[in-house]
Write a protein that binds this ligand. Structure first.
Ligand code: FES
Length: 383
């Protein structure tokens, strides 16, 4: 922790220089990436209040399919109900609170291992043994605690705040920008997890800036020519950039892959669209495929990073599908570890008692936007 970390860590005066216009501003103070107190405020004001990305709906394609997740310490069950709708519930039994499910799989009922209360995939309590002498006990009143879950483009978001706005309102005009990628008709063909020794914000910031590309990715991405454009103007809880270039950004230089997505329109046929959706999701939308990056904070110093590879469903029928996918995997398996090395070094430097705020480059304007969005909620009252 820096020597000069103040006791009144949330006083706005400590962030006044972050609030300046980007080219005059300083970066977030180092304690924002190391402090448990700052992280706890992020959990309370961001991860417990905003829509957080929870993955692809095709991870649970059939009724009864489920997976469990501990999101910022909250155990959850994500399950597809018998009508085909994905749902989210607290993974805490309504009897005496036991965690009920682990891992992933398929079930007819969610059964608590302690006293065998059982719940339907819709969350209704359907069995509660030996409860006949308990007075005024109506099973209809003891269903699982629901968590809001909404979808866009085949992806799922949850919100722990029952009073939140809808996902559509939260994302603003993002749906229009990604419409022609036809993500509803994509399939996630690989989901890869990384345990990364850095604060979640470092990963989120890194995705939105182009400054590091020639240095961190000098032997991989930088070989491909690109036209750097100003960041998009966005209306919703996300920032975005579009990079114009030839070919697919999901492949390394000289490689060819799948044909372009047939429904693509406008500028999206000539480059890659990179929306970073607050607080925990990044999309890389290419002319042929897309990948997502999902962040699950594990505390101020660790982040579970999940990278999903999504392709148009029709590609699965190609005889060269597996062979071609290896080229895309080769790209992601090269560049994502390159980022991780840089970000873990950044975390180590920020841990120093001598660490101080820095300045932004013109290629880091979105990092400035991101940091101010976070401050709006951590020290301000934005919802
Ligand atoms: Fe779940 Fe008792 S705690 S049935």
């Amino acid at each position: 922790m820096p020597f000069d970390t103040p006791d009144d860590i949330f006083h706005p005066q400590h962030y006044a220089k972050v609030r300046l216009p980007a080219m005059q501003a300083e970066t977030l103070p180092p304690w924002c990436y190391t402090s448990q107190t700052f992280y706890d405020r992020e959990v309370a004001r961001i991860f417990s209040k905003q829509w957080v990305f929870i993955g692809r709906g095709d991870r649970i394609p059939n009724p009864g399919d489920y997976f469990t997740v501990d999101y910022v310490g909250v155990p959850l069950i994500i399950i597809r109900d018998r009508a085909g709708n994905p749902r989210a519930f607290a993974n805490s039994c309504r009897h005496r609170g036991a965690r009920m499910m682990t891992g992933e799989g398929n079930c007819n009922v969610i059964r608590c291992p302690y006293h065998s209360w059982a719940y339907s995939p819709e969350g209704r309590l359907v069995a509660a043994p030996e409860m006949d002498a308990t007075e005024n006990f109506d099973k209809a009143e003891w269903g699982l605690t629901p968590v809001k879950l909404e979808t866009l483009g085949g992806f799922m978001w949850i919100n722990l705040d029952p009073d939140s706005v809808s996902l559509r309102d939260y994302l603003g005009d993002l749906a229009q920008h990604i419409a022609s990628y036809n993500m509803d008709d994509m399939v996630c063909v690989r989901r890869k997890e990384y345990d990364v020794g850095c604060n979640w914000k470092l990963f989120f910031e890194n995705f939105a800036e182009q400054y590091h590309i020639p240095f961190v990715h000098s032997g991989s991405l930088y070989k491909k020519k690109r036209q750097i454009l100003p960041p998009d103007e966005t209306h919703g809880n996300y920032v975005a950039k579009f990079v114009a270039h030839k070919g697919s950004r999901a492949l390394l230089e000289g490689e060819t892959g799948f044909p372009p997505i047939p429904t693509l329109e406008g500028r999206y046929v000539e480059g890659t669209y990179y929306p970073s959706i607050f607080p925990n999701t990044m999309f890389g939308c290419c002319i042929d495929v897309m990948w997502y990056v999902e962040l699950q904070p594990q505390g101020p110093r660790r982040t579970k990073v999940i990278v999903g590879s999504c392709v148009p469903r029709a590609n699965l029928q190609r005889p060269d599908f597996e062979e071609t996918m290896q080229k895309y995997y080769g790209r992601w398996d090269t560049t994502i570890p390159e980022d991780i090395v840089a970000l873990e070094l950044q975390q180590q430097g920020l841990e120093s008692p001598l660490a101080k705020p820095g300045r932004f480059c013109k290629l880091e304007r979105l990092v400035h936007d991101i940091d101010n969005w976070i401050l709006d909620r951590v020290i301000g009252n934005a919802r």
